[in-house]
Design a protein around this ligand. Structure first.
Ligand code: FES
Length: 106
């Protein structure tokens, strides 16, 4: 279980308790957090779960997967801290994680 704060592009904050069974994307979708559509259901094939990981959390969220890197080439406004949230697994070590949604997902 981890408390994750999702921040919409307009600044609205959505703190949720996400289960370890979920990805960071699922933690948002299952708690009705707007801004993460996840059209492909977590298959790393749509890019609509794009988030910016708060810089303080980059190390704990780990590296992008190869598939994720390929998918991010088709996503707008990619930054060094961009991740596809379906590729980040929730765990206790992510308790307190903060992610922000890009302008294109509001
Ligand atoms: S949900 Fe489609 S790429 Fe993450």
């Amino acid at each position: 279980m981890a408390k994750i704060t999702y921040i919409e592009f307009n600044g609205a904050e959505h703190p949720v308790d996400a289960s370890d069974r979920f990805s960071v994307m699922e933690g948002a979708v299952k708690n009705n957090v707007p801004g993460i559509d996840a059209d492909c259901g977590g298959q790393c094939a749509c890019g609509t779960c794009h988030v910016y990981v708060d810089p303080a959390w980059l190390e704990k969220t780990g590296e992008r997967t190869e598939m994720e890197k390929a998918m991010l080439e088709f996503v707008e406004n990619v930054q060094p801290n961009s991740r596809l949230s379906c590729q980040i697994k929730v765990s206790d070590k992510l308790d307190g994680l903060v992610v922000r949604m890009p302008e294109s997902q509001h």
